[in-house]
Ligand binder design. Structure first.
Ligand code: SAM
Ligand code: SF4
Ligand code: SF4
Length: 326
């Protein structure tokens, strides 16, 4: 496979991590992600096809992408998602972010397909709260899914968005859960997106989450790399790890190595910047590979150094998270 010059933005940041949204559909309606009025699902023919996804991912790998995360919406709703995992895993490590509802069914097949890891979103360990935030009474299913993924030998991380007055009293419970299961739990600061009921005072700063976690267990910092989104700590006396993702209060844009493709195939250079060129359209128009590559480089050259302060975020014209793919 012929390699191409790697993707580097104008601030010298190499971009070697691709996140691909497979669909904007989802069976959950998490209040911090899906606008209350719902979103208009992208019509099927507007989504990238399996071939388009594979074609573009192969091209990105030639451009130096070293790992791929499949996300959404709920990526496991696509009937072809297992084939995509299988095909892409032959190229680079592939991970998936999921609400966990299909893991009981699919964990073994995912392990066979070569999946490198699964992040499961779970924001409360209390059934009523879980149902309240996701608007689906699915905690038992998700817990069984996490267990199935572990039994299948997959590397599992649990993502919990911490929201003031909703689940900020569960940090210690999540740390104990990480210890019991021997897995990593990552606490994520609540970020603003279109229609997600975000308020500055709903954000629990990572510093405060860390303090709560420290009260629950002795934590030892683990070494990281500049592109890590989470600051990880080992929980002493266990195999568990807890991580803190402080996108709002302690941003980590200086090490950003991430580029995204929306489910419609548009390049998104940052979570908080509008989508740019539709690579799907370029493919459907029969564009030359060199034009597609140039378009990706041009889009990347518009990426900013980092996101502005929280106040101005709310005024920004962005998609909802379910449309972006976290
Ligand atoms: N449906 C899958 C899931 O829930 O894992 C994948 C898509 S979801 C958009 C990806 C990640 O984004 C999830 O871990 C979710 O918790 C996170 N997320 C969604 N909205 C968020 C917000 N407002 N702030 C922080 N994280 C958010
Ligand atoms: Fe769906 Fe994931 Fe968004 Fe929840 S966070 S609504 S599961 S896409
Ligand atoms: Fe990268 Fe944008 Fe996230 Fe900053 S806010 S780390 S630039 S994706």
């Amino acid at each position: 496979m012929e390699t191409l010059a790697p993707l580097v933005d104008r601030f010298g940041r190499p971009h070697d991590y691709l996140r691909v949204s497979l669909t904007d559909r989802c069976g959950f309606r998490c209040r911090y992600c899906m606008p209350d009025e719902g979103v208009e699902w992208t019509p099927q023919d507007q989504l990238m096809t399996t071939d388009e996804i594979l074609h573009l991912c192969r091209l990105f790998v030639r451009l130096g992408i070293k790992r791929i995360r499949l996300t959404g919406g709920e990526p496991t709703l696509r009937r072809d998602y297992m084939d995509i995992v299988h095909e892409l895993s032959g190229l680079v490590p592939v991970q998936i972010t999921t609400n966990g509802t299909t893991l009981v069914r699919d964990a073994l097949a995912l392990a066979d397909a070569g999946l490198a890891g699964v992040n499961v979103s779970c924001d409360s360990l209390q059934r009523d709260r879980f149902a309240d935030i996701t608007q689906r009474d699915a905690l038992p299913e998700v817990m069984a899914g996490i267990a199935a993924a572990q039994s299948a030998g997959l590397m599992v991380k649990v993502n919990a968005v911490v929201i003031r007055g909703f689940n900020d009293d569960e940090v210690g419970d999540f740390v104990r859960f990480a210890v019991e299961r021997g897995i990593e739990v990552r606490f994520i600061e609540f970020m603003p997106f279109l229609g997600n009921n975000w308020k500055a005072d709903s954000v629990v700063p990572a510093r405060e989450i860390r303090e709560s976690a420290h009260r629950a267990a002795a934590l030892t910092p683990l070494p990281g790399t500049p592109s890590d989104v989470a600051t990880d700590f080992a929980v002493e006396g266990s195999r568990a790890v807890v991580g803190f993702i402080s996108s709002v209060t302690e941003s980590f844009c200086s090490g950003c190595n991430r580029i995204r493709l929306t489910a419609e195939g548009k390049v998104k250079t940052c979570l908080f910047l509008p989508p740019r060129t539709s690579l799907r359209d370029l493919l459907r128009q029969g564009a030359d590979e060199s034009d597609i590559v140039q378009s990706i480089r041009d889009d990347l050259s518009t990426k900013w150094e980092g996101h502005p302060s929280m106040k101005s975020w709310t005024q920004r014209d962005n998609l909802s998270m379910v449309q972006i793919g976290g």
